[in-house]
Design a protein around this ligand. Structure first.
Ligand code: NAD
Ligand code: DAU
Length: 361
């Protein structure tokens, strides 16, 4: 039985990945989820699997070398899937240091502990061990808006925000371990994800939540920045395929071939909410374009991201499966069915963050 050490498994993509993996492998794998439970980590995301015998949750900070080394000492880990990170660009503009701490130092600790646990006396590694570092397309910088250019694995790194700079640094550390020690790893660089369990600081859940409450929908700048959206389950599947079928030491870009301007995304969400809200629901009266409010632009706002997932398709056969309209419907349905989840995550600290970020809007 393979044992996985998943970091950041209580967050958005990590929890979707854990659900995907148990759905696929059931009792044939064991998962240890290590998460510090920051504002973004939520054990409610894993309620349905928390009592499985082949699942263990450990609350620990990835920067805590002793705690992470102890987990490696106590378990024969076969796979590391490293999600844990500070992930929100706006927060990185306000408080960059925690991004350096978790994303750079935390990744160094994870690499070091895995290396120590897996290395043999001759400097080679125990057979079959693999580390996958989950990263982002933001490391490649920004593409011109009216351009057919895409991010490839060979595109030079050009990060702009403290978040993307910290992720780029963490990628470089992983590369350095592969180059220096022949450490068995892969890096994946993925585009924007959306789906269930996403924290409502990110565009799509924020717009869904605000619209349902009749709050303003804040659009940064002219609303024409482009992101390439991928349904989170497709990302989870890609990560598993890269780890099992990809070539070690390689980087794979993962993307949806689904570029949209932010303002288009907002229109699609509003239309879909209108279609899905039942007749007679009072929210139907106010969920409309009147809520859209243009606000000050994000500092250093990258204009366009677009991934070319050609390599992962050619080598591994992965392709995005979920059409955007279907993914948005599934996501909205999930939010309708999990109103309590949203109420819980938007109480307390979220209120404070929202006030500071968006003022009284
Ligand atoms: P998230 O913010 O929803 O979750 C991050 C998780 O990491 C949380 O559970 C949090 O508690 C945990 N964490 C944070 N600091 C920690 C620490 N010091 N020690 C242990 N755990 C800690 O993030 P997400 O959106 O699920 O992103 C997961 C990963 O995927 C990140 O590495 C991110 O850079 C990458 N990524 C995200 C996207 C996206 O669109 N969300 C796209 C591409 C890549
Ligand atoms: O590209 C992958 C990245 O996608 C991940 O690495 C990051 O972890 C993830 O947060 C995401 O980064 P973005 O900055 O692209 O995502 P966000 O949802 O914050 O914003 C998407 C776009 O929407 C961006 O152009 C900014 C804009 N935006 C965002 C918010 C929160 C608004 O116009 N209004 C808003 O209120």
């Amino acid at each position: 039985m393979r044992t996985y050490l998943v970091t950041g498994g209580a967050g958005f993509i990590g929890s979707n990945y854990i659900h995907y993996m148990f759905g696929k492998y059931d009792n044939a794998i064991r998962i240890i989820n290590v998460d510090a439970l920051t504002y973004a980590g939520n054990l409610a995301n894993l309620k349905d699997i928390e009592n499985r015998e082949n699942y263990t949750f450990i609350r620990a900070d990835i920067c805590d070398r002793e705690a992470i080394a102890k987990i490696f000492r106590g378990n024969d880990i076969d796979r590391v899937v490293h999600f844990a990170a500070e992930t929100h660009v706006d927060r990185s503009i306000r408080t960059p240091e925690v991004f350096v701490q978790t994303n750079v130092l935390g990744t160094a600790v994870m690499l070091n502990c895995a290396k120590a646990a897996w290395e043999l006396p001759d400097g080679s590694f125990k057979p079959g061990k693999k580390f996958l570092h989950v990263s982002t397309d933001e490391v490649y910088g920004s593409l011109p808006e009216d351009d057919n250019a895409f991010f490839y694995e060979t595109t030079p790194y050009d990060p702009h925000s403290p978040y993307s700079a910290s992720k780029a640094s963490s990628d470089m550390l992983v590369r350095s371990y592969m180059d220096t020690y022949h450490f068995p790893a892969n890096i994946t660089n993925c585009s924007n994800n959306y789906g269930p369990y996403q924290f409502p600081e990110k565009l799509i859940p924020l717009i869904i939540n605000n619209a349902l409450q009749g709050r303003k929908l804040p659009v940064y700048g002219d609303g024409k920045n482009v992101r390439d959206w991928l349904y989170v389950e497709d990302h989870a599947k890609a990560i598993d395929m890269v780890q099992e079928q990809g070539r070690l030491f390689e980087t794979y870009n993962i993307g949806g071939h689904n570029e949209k301007q932010n303002i288009e995304i907002i229109h699609i969400i509003l239309e879909t909410l209108q279609e899905m809200l039942p007749e007679g629901d009072p929210r139907k009266a106010y969920v409309n374009e009147g809520l859209i409010t243009y606000v000050e632009d994000r500092k250093g706002h990258d204009r366009r991201y677009a991934i070319a997932p050609d390599k992962i398709k050619a080598e591994i056969g992965w392709e995005p499966e979920t059409r955007f309209r279907d993914g948005i419907r599934k996501t909205i349905r999930w939010f309708f069915e999990n109103e309590e989840w949203m109420e819980n995550v938007t109480s307390g600290d979220y209120q404070k963050y929202y006030e500071e970020m968006y003022g009284g809007r």
